[in-house]
Design a protein around this ligand. Structure first.
Ligand code: GRF
Length: 214
């Protein structure tokens, strides 16, 4: 039996939306502790928008020209309007402001395509991450879901998944395999986070698949 009430998440990003799609699909399971109440993006051309329409989830666009304080204010008002419990970043390229973190009581999570704390921080996004992993000669990489702080890619780790680096891997081939692992990890890690932090909403019902989160 799944939880009777679900935690409401918003997914914020400006990329292809593959993680948003995986989250929307996972949310349909009766075992899921969350529902996707909103997809938010800074570009009406982003793949995220197609995903939101295809998954029949409400979509809001805050244009990329809206920055700083104005962006934070707009974001907080949408989070309030849609009664969002957890803000989930998936390909959001900016830092989250203290105003938004405070508004969400710290319930903001992100996914990064490497095993943090390695290969994180400013400039470590997209193919740059996988180029750096290959240049380092590491035989293992992966993905990390973590709580968001005022710095890039810091904050408590919620879950990680490992991916082997194969001989002959290019940054693009590695990115593809890491992304596939992200789609498995993200819903599990969010369910785990919710079970730990929102017992008042979802109760103490065990959530299937959580043992897979290390
Ligand atoms: C993912 O690789 C994620 O780790 C990073 O941004 C990318 C978003 O990809 N933070 P997508 O838009 O979910 O396909």
């Amino acid at each position: 039996m799944g939880p009777t009430t679900k935690v409401r998440i918003a997914i914020l990003g400006s990329g292809t939306g593959s993680n948003a799609k995986a989250l929307c699909q996972a949310a349909r399971s009766s075992e899921s502790a969350f529902s996707v109440a909103l997809v938010l993006t800074t570009s009406s051309a982003a793949g995220m928008c197609e995903v939101a329409r295809g998954e029949n989830v409400d979509l809001e666009v805050i244009p990329a020209s809206v920055k700083g304080e104005e962006f934070s204010t707009k974001l907080c008002s949408l989070l309030e309007q849609y009664r969002i419990d957890v803000l989930v970043l998936a390909g959001f390229m900016r830092l989250v402001s203290p105003k938004v973190l405070t508004y969400m009581s710290g319930h903001v999570v992100n996914i990064h395509p490497a095993l943090l704390p390695e290969f994180g921080g400013k400039g470590m996004y997209g193919l740059h991450v996988h180029e750096a992993v290959l240049a380092s000669g590491r035989t293992e990489t992966g993905a990390t879901v973590h709580v968001v702080t005022e710095q890039y890619d810091e904050g408590a780790v919620i879950g990680q998944t490992k991916v082997s680096v194969l001989e002959g891997d290019s940054p693009a081939s590695l990115q593809k395999r890491v992304k596939e692992s992200e789609h498995q990890l993200y819903p599990l890690a969010i369910n785990h986070y919710i079970r730990e932090n929102f017992q008042d909403i979802v109760g103490s019902v065990p959530i299937a698949g959580i043992s897979a989160v290390s």
